[in-house]
Design a protein around this ligand. Structure first.
Ligand code: BGC
Length: 987
């Protein structure tokens, strides 16, 4: 039997207000000056709240003098007895009644309430005798209602405006935890604790460093993800954390995203499914999650202010879609909005997006802002962003909300609705006042690190294995690269974890049985044995500038002594900074390249093999050097056991089964948005539209270094018996996979669809399902089956504000990667189906240039940026916006000559020698609305004006035939001059 929740709450708000107000002076103490209280007292006595429960209807609820009366009607065919009881503070039942309800008839329970002055409980039960299985139970202490599942509205009624405002602003927390919530002891509202983050609990003391999002995702194994987060939940429990601020669901739209390591994939289906598994693991143990960051937060550059300019279709089909899957499958406790704006408006203030989350996806939890997010307080509350988190000045923020309510800029109903979601969250966590923070150390450490080691190894991707170089056993290795000795286990920022220790690649190999590690080579790296917890270039030996120089002689000697060379390339990755197409970042730096060259030449000269390990959170450039390596493993950022996990894969103790969850391009300029990312502080244009990641490379036949879904194994698999069957619940796809090699292994199977172009055009491949076999012994086989529903097949037609499944041919395929397709079969949909007519159309957006099949990416090989890191001279500079920022390769930093002067502003880049210049690109801060002049010179004396540039123009194309050493950009006197980047192309 279901008692309608809404009925219960509405009824009891009315009833209890009346009960308490007639029960004596010491009941419900509220601030009489509070506006919210004023609203509450207008609640009707005897209101006719008739809400259907399917079984019951509340016909009436009144109180008069010291009595109250509840009147019910049984609807449908419920015939039976319900009981109603009032219990005092000593658990003595003071009044109770059994009422027999006859189908379709009404009945009443009348009680006397005057004894209710201190502690009592009111319960309603449809079970004979009440007690067990109570449908409703509300406790009062000192005459004040106490928070429980059934009393949320009642508590809101009893709260003062000050308490309400305080409840929706988070409080600073201790010990690196992210925040906690305001507690209201008198109403039984405890505080709950929020802490980061995705790869482990972030405290100021050591917890456990689990694999990061990308490495977990590369397992393509929901069960592994869930198991890891069950352990993580135990850490949260140990340290008194109710909500873990994870998982991160942003799409890895750009290969340079600084937080990609926290995220799962460039694909929304895979992201959504893995986020569901992640959430189920934590929440099955009673720890709530926060799906973050909602939405289109795909870069770190200017993340707090930048606006993602994106079409509604791409927004819905890619960036919101992952959240939709996770909400549907795992019922998350909270969702965190993002820092950025979407199409000009902060996500935390976009009621339209929060309505989509609640009404279309069915989210019924609490919406948090990101920490210190920029959206306005009233904008957030009106939009339904329930909590403003990370406040630095709680008192001011709370006062501001009170002021906004008093001045009627925020309706009290909006604030109440936010409070309701926060209170329901508090109830859902089961928190109480006895919760202890930091009572101890991580429990079951050895069991957990065993799981970390296994999951880390499972997430490693074998990219190359020429001539079965791997696995290696009973042999000797020379281990090169700083990162072999100080291996990164994760990224930095909110996704970082303090760990007790990290097993480096070197130590992992030393731990491995039968592997002898070259001590002379190891000695070269003795200066970088410690893992730094403070992130500075000096402190972190994996920083490229600190890489140990390997001479030919060193390589030669090592090749004489050891059978294999292992070289680890690593990149620090972190919140707040994106990667760039530079040496030492996307590309190998000179020392790494030289080292690898010598190692490769010397080992190969002796017929010995070279293995490269890539220890990063993002793809790096491999095409230019991979021929120097015989085997390459993307070890990712797999947690604190990184070295042991890597050794397990190297030695074959674990047969690799990870596959890439994002595309590794040949060069950065091959990526769809290379000309647009990361925009400037104002805007970042999603030019790639629906063609993100493999959707782009496949549709436009752009060659990749390693494609989405790619990963090798030490065994081989054969696919057979691909079937496609249409049923009532969707289309079932299945395939048989057989291990045809000689060692046990498991295979990730991927299913894709090619949708028909109709009202919309579509990428030629979209992931609609995946599965992973168990570890198959050689010769054994398993069938993988998935069901594809309308959700995977639908497309969003913006002009109709509707999700439809287009009519036409749907080609389903199965493969080992997006490029390695084994079979396909088609299904034809005779007619178009309307899946959902959305009521929540997003605010319309003027059209802008995007990639379409008719207008593919304009490719332009600009060549090398001759200005990168070149010295500059300037007329002056603002502190923090120094001159070198104009040529540092990042449009996230700028040079500014703010101020007034009677002389012209200028900046001159010195290319070092006279070069042939083909193009100059200037990334200019758009609110510096000054025209400027671009000049060139070979001697810094005689200048030729190339162009007078109008505001908003940033590219000087008219350079053909220009040879110069100096490039100068000049603004008028007294103007405002601010430039992110000057790039000069040519030879
Ligand atoms: C990050 C969030 C994180 C929060 C709390 C923010 O800067 O963007 O992901 O959960 O801080 O630490």
């Amino acid at each position: 039997m279901h008692i309608n929740k809404k009925y219960r709450l509405l009824s009891f708000i009315t009833a209890m207000l009346l009960l308490t107000s007639c029960a004596g002076g010491d009941v419900v103490t509220t601030d009489s000056a509070s506006d919210s209280r004023a609203e509450q007292t207008t609640l009707d006595t005897g209101s006719e709240e008739a809400v259907s429960s399917g079984e019951f209807e509340a016909a009436d609820f009144t109180a008069d003098g010291g009595n109250f009366t509840a009147k019910f009607v049984s609807v449908n065919d419920f015939d039976g007895e319900v009981s109603f009881s009032l219990t005092d503070g000593t658990d003595t039942v003071k009044d109770s009644k059994k009422i027999t309800i006859k189908a379709g008839e009404s009945c009443e329970f009348t009680g006397e309430a005057s004894f209710l002055s201190a502690d009592f409980t009111l319960a309603f039960s449809s079970k004979p005798g009440g007690g067990e299985g109570e449908d409703l139970k509300i406790e009062f202490k000192n005459g004040l209602v106490q928070l429980s599942e059934d009393s949320v509205d009642l508590v809101i009624d009893a709260m003062t405006l000050e308490e309400k405002a305080a409840l929706v602003v988070s409080l600073p927390a201790e010990r690196a935890m992210a925040a906690n919530t305001y507690s209201i002891e008198r109403l039984g509202v405890p505080s709950i604790q929020f802490a980061d983050g995705p790869a482990g609990l972030r405290l100021d003391i050591a917890t456990i460093g689990y694999p990061t999002g990308t490495t977990l995702a590369s397992t393509w194994n929901n069960a592994t993800v869930q198991k890891i987060t069950e352990y993580l939940a135990d850490d949260c429990d140990t340290f008194g954390v109710e909500i873990l601020l994870a998982p991160g669901l942003n799409i890895q739209k750009e290969i340079f995203g600084g937080r990609n390591f926290e995220y799962f994939s460039e694909d929304p289906y895979l992201t959504g499914m893995l986020a569901s598994a992640y959430t189920l693991g934590l929440q099955s143990k009673g720890i709530g999650v926060s799906l973050k960051h909602y939405a289109a937060n795909n870069q770190e550059t200017a993340r707090g202010v930048v606006s993602s300019k994106v079409t509604e279709r791409a927004l819905r089909e890619l960036y919101l879609k992952a959240f939709d899957y996770a909400v549907e499958n795992s019922d998350p406790y909270t969702v965190m909005t993002s820092y950025n704006k979407i199409n000009g408006k902060y996500t935390s203030t976009r009621g339209d997006l929060i309505s989509i989350l609640r009404d279309e996806f069915g989210f019924d939890g609490c919406v948090l802002s990101d920490w210190e997010a920029s959206g306005s307080r009233d904008g957030m509350i009106k939009a339904g962003n329930d909590m403003y988190c990370g406040s630095r000045d709680v008192a001011t923020d709370v006062q501001e909300i009170i002021r906004l309510v008093r001045t009627k800029n925020i309706k009290i109903e909006n604030l109440d609705s936010c409070c309701k979601n926060v209170l329901e969250l508090v109830v859902r966590t089961g928190a109480d006042f006895s919760q202890q923070r930091f009572p101890g150390r991580a429990r079951n450490r050895s069991e957990k690190v065993t799981a970390v080691r296994a999951a880390g190894a499972e997430g490693m991707v074998l990219l190359k294995n020429e001539g079965n170089t791997l696995p290696i056993n009973n042999t000797s290795v020379a281990v090169f690269g700083n990162a072999s000795y100080v291996t990164e286990h994760g990224g930095y920022g909110a996704g970082s974890v303090v760990v007790a220790g990290v097993i480096s690649v070197y130590n992992g190999l030393k731990n491995a049985e039968g592997i002898t590690v070259n001590a002379d080579v190891a000695a070269l790296y003795s200066g970088c044995r410690k893992h730094p917890h403070v992130l500075t270039p000096e402190a972190n030996p994996t920083n490229d500038e600190l890489e140990v120089v390997i001479t030919r002689d060193i390589a030669k000697k090592a090749a004489e002594e050891s059978e294999y060379a292992i070289f680890t390339v690593s990149r620090m990755t972190m919140e707040g900074a994106d990667h760039t197409d530079r040496r030492g970042d996307f590309r190998l730096n000179v020392v790494e390249e030289e080292a690898l060259t010598y190692i490769s030449e010397e080992f190969h000269a002796k017929g010995k093999k070279v293995i490269v390990l890539i220890n990063t959170g993002n793809p790096i450039e491999v095409a230019s050097w991979r021929d120097m390596a015989d085997a390459i493993i993307y070890i990712g950022l797999p947690g604190e056991q990184v070295g042991n996990s890597a050794a397990d894969v190297l030695t074959g103790a674990v047969n690799p089964s990870g596959k890439l969850t994002s595309t590794w391009p040949v060069s950065y300029s091959d990526t769809p948005c290379s000309e647009y990312f990361p925009g400037n502080t104002t805007e970042t244009v999603y030019y790639d539209d629906i063609y993100v990641g493999y959707r782009y490379y496949k549709t436009f036949n752009v060659e990749t270094a390693y494609e989405f879904g790619y990963g090798l194994s030490y065994t081989t698999f054969e696919y057979s018996d691909f079937t496609v069957n249409e049923g009532n619940d969707g289309i079932t796809l299945s395939v048989k996979v057989k291990n045809t090699g000689s060692v046990a292994g498991s295979e990730v199977v991927q299913f894709y669809v090619t949708k028909p172009d109709g009202k919309n055009e579509h990428p030629v491949a979209e992931l609609v399902g995946y599965g992973k076999t168990s570890i198959l012994e050689a010769g054994s086989e398993e069938t993988i089956t998935v069901t594809v529903t309308d959700k995977e097949l639908m497309t969003y037609v913006t002009s109709d504000s509707a999700w439809i499944v287009e009519k036409g041919e749907y080609k389903f395929s199965v493969g080992a990667s997006v490029d390695d397709i084994k079979f396909d079969k088609s299904v034809t949909k005779a007619a178009e189906t309307l899946v959902l007519d959305t009521e929540n159309a997003c605010e319309p957006l003027e059209s802008f240039d995007i990639i379409t099949k008719e207008t593919p990416k304009k490719t332009e090989n600009l060549g090398e940026n001759l200005a990168l890191d070149k010295p500059v001279k300037v007329s002056g500079q603002e502190a923090g916006c120094e001159s070198f920022y104009a040529t540092d390769g990042s449009v996230g930093t700028r040079w500014s000559a703010l101020g007034t002067t009677s002389e012209k502003y200028w900046i001159t880049v010195d290319l070092g020698e006279v070069k042939d210049i083909s193009k100059i690109k200037i990334n200019w801060e758009s609110n510096a609305k000054e025209n400027f002049t671009v000049k060139v010179s070979s001697d810094e004396q005689n200048w030729t004006t190339l162009k007078k540039v109008e505001y908003s123009s940033i590219t000087v194309n008219e350079c053909s035939g220009t040879s110069a050493r100096y490039v100068r950009v000049e603004g008028k006197a007294g103007g405002f001059f601010s430039i992110y980047e000057i790039a000069v192309y040519g030879e």
